[in-house]
Design a protein around this ligand. Structure first.
Ligand code: PRT
Ligand code: ZN
Length: 310
């Protein structure tokens, strides 16, 4: 495993090695690294180096703050980036104002990093709607996304720009309300705030720079896209096995979510019952298993699938 600075790696690898920017340390890091490892990319565990070469594929991983990733894509410094849609949209609006390039291509949405950008006010406040924010001070890290929504409604406000601890702003007397990312809502609750309006929903997304990739890079990019899709499809899918009465097969098939044609296997010495194996493309809930049981299915197993190639 080699690591180096951007400067001394740049020239030799520009045309052949796919350069991917990911969050160095934060909420997207673990899931992104897991996706890459499951796709067969081997790279250093250590987060000390800015740039790490993958050992087994022509890929360089650049570890940076998430806020820098859209700019690195739009300035053509890296080929691919993984970032939250919230940061991408906010940066685009900022860069547009600054007259900078805002071009990029979305390669695919990813199945993690889900959150929402919401307005929250002190729990004891009455709330009648966004018009309550007219002329108010609102603390946020996302002034452009907030302004876009409030402008559409004809509401003007005073932004208080904070890049951390936004949720303490009302208590500290810095703002009347906040507009921040929410996942479970626990942070708002523990700071005496209530979520009153969601203005944007976000998830992690894989983006590419708005230029044709060199053929060598394009080949590795296509390979990775196929692997990423396989991993994401597999994470939703389950392999379901059970023994079931032959007479109830139709009813059983009709309740299996997103299932393809099952394999039906004879059971030695039992003509009434068969073994049924099937891949379900959707999540399997307890309710489904209980319905299967009530139709006479036994030994029901739901097994995770690691990889899937259609
Ligand atoms: O250091 P760096 O700049 O890279 O990281 P960061 O601190 O700016 O970002 P980070 O790691 O907090 O989040 C990275 C991305 O993860 C965000 O841009 C979102 O796209 C996504 N994401 C998903 C979240 C959350 N969920 C989330 N809950 N980002 C932040 N939060 C924070 C939120 O700001 C609040 O402080 O978590 C708190 C609320 O969480 P709950 O569960 O209590 O509601
Ligand atoms: Zn950040």
């Amino acid at each position: 495993m080699n690591n180096c600075s951007i400067a001394n790696c740049e020239n030799s690898s520009d045309k052949t090695r796919l350069r991917i920017a990911i969050q160095k340390s934060g909420r997207l890091t673990e899931d992104t690294e897991k996706l890459f490892r499951n796709s067969g990319i081997k790279f250093a565990e250590s987060h000390d180096h800015l740039l790490a070469h993958a050992e087994n594929l022509p890929i360089d991983i650049l570890r940076v703050r998430d806020d820098d990733i859209p700019g690195l894509i739009m300035d053509h410094v890296v080929d691919w980036g993984v970032v939250g849609q919230n940061v991408l949209e906010e940066t685009m609006m900022q860069r547009k104002l600054d007259g900078l390039n805002i071009g990029y291509t979305e390669v695919m949405p990813l199945n993690y990093g889900d959150c929402r950008l919401s307005v929250a006010v002190p729990s004891e406040n009455d709330w009648h709607g966004l018009s309550d924010l007219e002329g108010k001070k609102i603390a946020t890290t996302y002034p452009f996304l907030l302004r876009r929504v409030l402008k559409e409604r004809g509401i003007s406000f005073k932004p208080v720009l904070l890049t951390g601890s936004v949720e303490v702003a009302p208590r500290a007397g810095l703002a009347d309300a906040i507009c921040d990312l929410v996942c479970t809502g626990a942070t708002l609750q523990s700071n005496g705030l209530k979520e009153v309006e969601t203005i944007y929903r976000s998830k992690a997304v894989l983006i590419c720079r708005d230029q044709e990739l060199y053929p060598e890079k394009k080949a590795i990019a296509d390979l990775l896209v196929q692997r990423f899709k396989g991993i994401m499809a597999a994470s939703e899918s389950k392999y379901i096995m059970m023994n079931a009465p032959r007479a109830k097969l139709e009813a059983i098939r009709s309740i299996l979510p997103g299932a393809e044609n099952p394999s039906i296997i004879e059971l030695e010495g039992d003509h009434e019952r068969v073994a049924l194996h099937v891949v379900s493309r959707e999540k399997v809930f307890w309710e489904t298993l209980e319905q299967l049981k009530s139709l006479g299915a036994t030994s029901i197993l739901v097994v995770p699938i690691e990889k899937m190639l259609d």
